[in-house]
Design a protein around this ligand. Structure first.
Ligand code: AGP
Length: 624
C-alpha cells in the first residue's frame, strides 16, 4: 500500500504535494519522492525514510513548477531506498510515473523493454510503466515524425492508454510528460484513486485526506478509468478511449476522519481492509503457478530447497498464532515435519537444529527483539532462515536468507488484524509452492487449492458482514470479566488469536484453549458469568466441537458459536450464532478470525477503551 499525490494548477506544486504526502503517511513511509515540471524539464527529488527526510531535501534544493506528482512508499518490489523510491521515469527522463499497486507481469514486460534497449535504474515493478509509455511514444514518432504541439496531448493519452492495456495486476497511477506541461494523467485498476477539483487546479490522490485542505469536491475513479486533469478541469475515459461520466461528490470528513476513511478507529478500518490486503498478498503469487517461485520470489535456490526436511516456525503473539496455522498447513500439504515455537522460548532451547531444518520467522514489524534473537540463534546453528514480514526495510528482512513480504501496508492499530491474516496468506502461498516443489502435491491438486484460495477475499468480505450481529452480542457481554475461547485443529490458533485480541484492547481476561482440553481443567471455570466463544464451523472436528458446546452449555455457560452456513445443529446448541460462509476447512482460519476481531473491537469500544493504542502495549516489542 503506497500513497500517490498529483497536482496541476496555478500554485507551486511542491508544497501541495508534500502536504498531501504527509496526509498519506499512514499508507506507507519507507521512502518518498516527488517530481515537478517547470519550463519543459522535470526535477525529481527522492529519499529513503519518512516524508520529513524528503521535505528536508526539497528545502535544501527547492523545486519550482505548477505540475507535479509525489509518492510515499511501502515497498513490495525492491528494498526501500532512494533508487527504488518513486517517481520513476523513462530513459529520456521526460515521462514520470508514481504508482500504488502491483504489476504482476512486470518481469516479462521488463525483459521485452530491455531487449528494445531501455535502461532501468530500479528494482521496482513500477518503472516498467514509464518505459512502456516511452516505447509507444517512440512508435508514434517513428510513424509520424516530429510531434507537433497540436498532437502531443492526444498522443500522450494514446500511449498511456496502450501501455495500461498491457499491464496485469493493480495500479493507481499519476503520470506526467514534459511535452504536455498542463496535463496530468491518472489511471486506476484495483487500487484507489480520487480526483479533487479546485478553482483552476486539480488533485490526484490515493485518498481524499491529501487534498481536503484545498477542496471538498471529489470524483472517485472506477477500475479501468483514465483521468485527464488540466487546471480545474478533469475528463474521464475507459481503456478503449471512450468518454466516461463520473459523479462529483462533496466530502464532509475532516482530515483525521479521512485518514481513517470515515471509520471510528484505525483498527476497524484495518479489519475491513483485510479482503484487499489478503488479495494483495496473494496477487501474482498463486496463478499462474511458477515452478521457480521460491527462487524468484523469496530467493531460495533449488539446492537449498532440496535439502529442507523439516521446518521450525518462530514468532511472538499474533504472529505465533499465524505460525501455528502454518504448522498444520505444512504438515498436511507439504508432508513436512514442522514445529512452531514462541520465539522467546526458542532461543533457550538446546537447539540441536538438525541439518535440513528451515527456520521461518513470522513478524509484521520485523523488529520484535525475541524473534530477531531466535533468528540469530538459528543462523548461528547454520540453518537457512526465511522471514515472513510486512516491512521490507526491517531488521528481520535484512537478517534472514530469504524473505516473503506480506502486502498489508502500515498497520496503525497496535492490535494485529490485517497483518495477522496477511501472515496467514503468506503461509498459504509458501506452503503451496513448497509442497509443489517437494512433490508432496501434484499440479492438479495445487491448482485446486489455488482456485479455493482465490475465493478468500470474497469469503472474508462475507465474514465482515457479521459486524452488526457481532455488535449486538458485544452489547450483551461487554461488561463481563472473563471469556473462554475454544477451537480445535486449524482453529485452535484462531481461538488463541480471538482471546488475545479481546484481552489486549478491552483488558478483559480471556483464555484461548484447545477445545479438547476443556475437560482437563477449564470446564471448572464455566458458569453464567463467563461467556464461551466456540469455533464450530464445518470441519473434520465439527461433531467434537458440538459436544464441547453442549458440555459448556450444560454447566450454565453462555455460548457464542461460530457456525457455517447451513449448520443443522439445533438452536439449543448455542445462545448466540454467528453464521459464516462455507469455505474449505484449510482456509477457515482466514474467515473465522474476522468475527473474533470484530467482537474484540466492539466490546473494547463499548468499554471506552483506547482501541488503537491500548494501555501498556507497543506496535513493535523491540525489547526482550
Ligand atoms: C498482536 O495484536 C500484538 N500486537 C502482538 O502480540 C504482536 O503480534 C507481537 O508483538 C508480534 O509482533 P510482530 O509481528 O511485529 O513480530
Amino acid at each position: 500500500m503506497c500513497g500517490v499525490v498529483g497536482y496541476v494548477g496555478r500554485s507551486q506544486a511542491a508544497p501541495v504535494i508534500l502536504e498531501g504526502l504527509k496526509c498519506l503517511e499512514y499508507r506507507g513511509y519507507d521512502s518518498a519522492g516527488l517530481a515537478v515540471l517547470e519550463q519543459g524539464s522535470v526535477e525529481i527529488r527522492r529519499s529513503a525514510g519518512k516524508i520529513s527526510a524528503l521535505e528536508a531535501l526539497v528545502g535544501k534544493n527547492p523545486l519550482r513548477g505548477t505540475l507535479g506528482v509525489g509518492h510515499t512508499r511501502w515497498a513490495t518490489h525492491g528494498r526501500p531506498s532512494e533508487v527504488n523510491a518513486h517517481p520513476h521515469s523513462d530513459c529520456s527522463r521526460e515521462i514520470v510515473v508514481v504508482h500504488n499497486g502491483i504489476i504482476e507481469n512486470y518481469p516479462a514486460l521488463k525483459e521485452r523493454l530491455l531487449r528494445e534497449g531501455h535502461a532501468f535504474g530500479s528494482e521496482t515493478d513500477t518503472e516498467v510503466i514509464s518505459h512502456l509509455i516511452e516505447s509507444h511514444l517512440r512508435q508514434f514518432s517513428q510513424t509520424q515524425g516530429a510531434l507537433s504541439t497540436a498532437v502531443v496531448e492526444p498522443l500522450f493519452f494514446e500511449a498511456v492508454r496502450r501501455a495500461l492495456k498491457e499491464l496485469r495486476g493493480s495500479y493507481a497511477l499519476g503520470i506526467l510528460w514534459t511535452k504536455t506541461p498542463h496535463l496530468l494523467l491518472g489511471a486506476r485498476f484495483l487500487s484507489p484513486l480520487v480526483v479533487g477539483l479546485g478553482e483552476g487546479e486539480s488533485f490526484l490522490t490515493s485518498d481524499v485526506a491529501a487534498f481536503l485542505s484545498y477542496s471538498r469536491k471529489a470524483v472517485f475513479l472506477e477500475d479501468g478509468d483514465i483521468a485527464v486533469l488540466s487546471g480545474g478541469d478533469c475528463r474521464f475515459f475507459d481503456l478503449d478511449g471512450k468518454k466516461r461520466e463520473r459523479k462529483t461528490i462533496s466530502i464532509h470528513w475532516d482530515r483525521t476522519m479521512a485518514e481513517k476513511s470515515g471509520y471510528r478507529h484505525f483498527m476497524l478500518k484495518e479489519i475491513f481492509e483485510q479482503p484487499q490486503t489478503i488479495e494483495d498478498t496473494f496477487r501474482g503469487r498463486l496463478f499462474p503457478l511458477k515452478e521457480s517461485f521460491l527462487q524468484t520470489e523469496i530467493g531460495m535456490p533449488p539446492e537449498v530447497l532440496a535439502g529442507i526436511k523439516r521446518v521450525r516456525l518462530v514468532a511472538c503473539g499474533s504472529a505465533f498464532h499465524a505460525g501455528m496455522v502454518g504448522k498444520y498447513l505444512l504438515e498436511h500439504f507439504a508432508k513436512t515435519p514442522c514445529e512452531v515455537e514462541i520465539a522467546s522460548e526458542f532461543r533457550y532451547r538446546a537447539l540441536n537444529l538438525e541439518p535440513g531444518s528451515l527456520v521461518v520467522a513470522v513478524s509484521q514489524s520485523g523488529e520484535t527483539a525475541d524473534t530477531l534473537a531466535a533468528v540469530r540463534s538459528a543462523k548461528n546453528s547454520g540453518v537457512p532462515t526465511l522471514g515472513i514480514c510486512n516491512s521490507a526495510q526491517s531488521s528481520l528482512t535484512r537478517m534472514t536468507d530469504f524473505t516473503l513480504l506480506t502486502r498489508c501496508g502500515p498497520e496503525i492499530g497496535v492490535a494485529s488484524t490485517k497483518t495477522f491474516t496477511g501472515q496467514l496468506a503468506a503461509l498459504y502461498v509458501f506452503t503451496l509452492h513448497f509442497a509443489l516443489a517437494k512433490g508432496a502435491i501434484g499440479e492438479a491438486e495445487a491448482l485446486g487449492l489455488v482456485n479455493e484460495l482465490l475465493q478468500a477475499p470474497g469469503l472474508a468480505r462475507e465474514g465482515l458482514k457479521l459486524s452488526d450481529a457481532v455488535l449486538e452480542i458485544a452489547k450483551t457481554f461487554f461488561k463481563k470479566d472473563h471469556f473462554l475461547y475454544l477451537g480445535r485443529h486449524l482453529n485452535y490458533p484462531v481461538a488463541l488469536e480471538g482471546a488475545l485480541k479481546l484481552k489486549e484492547i478491552s483488558y478483559i481476561h480471556a483464555e484461548g484453549y484447545a477445545a479438547g482440553e476443556m475437560k482437563h481443567g477449564p470446564i471448572a471455570l464455566i458458569d453464567e458469568e463467563m461467556p464461551v466463544v466456540a469455533i464450530a464451523t464445518a470441519s473434520r472436528v465439527y461433531e467434537k466441537m458440538l459436544s464441547n458446546l453442549q458440555e459448556a452449555r450444560s454447566r450454565g455457560g453462555k455460548i457464542i458459536a461460530l457456525l457455517s452456513e447451513g449448520d443443522a445443529s439445533s438452536r439449543e446448541t448455542a445462545d448466540f450464532r454467528l453464521v459464516l460462509p462455507r469455505c474449505p476447512e484449510f482456509m477457515s482460519p482466514l474467515v473465522n478470525v474476522m468475527p473474533l476481531q470484530l467482537l474484540a473491537y466492539h466490546i473494547a469500544a463499548l468499554r471506552g477503551c483506547d482501541v488503537d493504542q491500548p494501555r501498556n502495549l507497543a506496535k513493535s516489542v523491540t525489547v526482550e
